[in-house]
Write a protein that binds this ligand. Structure first.
Ligand SMILES: Nc1nc2c(ncn2[C@@H]2O[C@H](COP(=O)(O)OP(=O)(O)OP(=O)(O)O)[C@@H](O)[C@H]2O)c(=O)[nH]1
Ligand SMILES: [Mg+2]
Length: 226
């Protein structure tokens, strides 16, 4: 399979083969499918899933829109706490991008925080279709305690993952490598785990991320034993 995430759709529609005989993914055929609060509501079927985790306001929903070249598909807001349930985006009937609620949002009640944490953990820990977690951090900031806890949780459970440093357009190009090194150090990201600077505004990093996703979708599942 080759994912055509560039916005150039000359590769054709779902199921068409390119001249090397591999199937091409047409990201223009993406749609919001459903919002789930509990596992019974997750989509049926066996499509591979790629989940986005990160603090509230870090840019998860913007990343969905950017990767799928669709401005208003996922709801974006400058107010943290926009995405509340687990939102499933069907990409060309081939995979789902799964937008999880953000953590670390101070303005919600303790109870609501606990229920979001449970929603996120239940999904990550039990979902058989989950292939990869994308953890997002803001390139401008040192990862927070919440980020470190989240990342440790991913590591402890052996969940296949990659990290994206968002809002790269907000710093100068010359500062990007330094920020990535610091994030890698603070979170303890191993050398073989990809860490990509991304901008949903300019599309910087998009090709690299699609390449990583393509590989992940072809790989083993995270919760294989389930
Ligand atoms: N400049 C810039 N702004 C961004 C980028 N990504 C997101 N933003 C902005 O950051 C704010 C939050 O973006 P969202 O995509 O809603 O963040 P989220 O992680 O989905 O937030 P929750 O749903 O609250 O968890 C919005 O105002 C976006 O326009 C980026 O790459 N560059
Ligand atoms: Mg969101």
């Amino acid at each position: 399979m080759h994912i055509n995430g560039s916005g150039n759709n000359d590769a054709g529609r779902s199921g068409r083969m390119d001249n090397t005989g591999t199937r091409r993914l047409d990201v223009s055929r993406s749609k919001f499918e459903l919002t789930a609060i509990k596992p019974e509501q997750y989509p049926e079927g066996d499509l591979p899933e790629i989940a986005l985790v990160g603090r509230s306001n870090v840019g998860k929903s913007s990343l969905v829109n950017s990767l799928l070249n669709r401005k208003g598909l996922a709801k974006v807001s400058s107010e943290p706490g926009k995405t509340r349930g687990i939102n499933f985006y069907n990409v060309d009937d081939t995979m789902y991008l799964v937008d999880l609620p953000g953590y670390g949002y101070a303005k919600v009640s303790k109870q609501e925080k606990a229920s979001w944490a449970e929603m996120i953990e239940t999904y990550l820990h039990t979902r058989r279709q989950l292939k990869l977690v994308i953890m997002l951090v803001d390139i401008r900031h040192t990862p927070t305690e919440d980020d470190r806890l989240m990342y440790r949780w991913i590591l402890d459970r052996g969940i296949a993952h990659m990290v994206i440093a968002t809002k790269a357009d907000k710093i100068s190009r010359g500062r990007i490598q330094g920020r990535l090194s610091e994030i890698r150090k603070v979170l303890g990201i191993k050398a073989d785990v990809s860490l990509t600077a991304y901008s949903s505004e300019t599309g910087q990093g998009k090709e690299q991320v699609w390449r990583d996703l393509e590989k992940a979708v072809l790989d083993q599942t995270v919760n294989e034993q389930i």
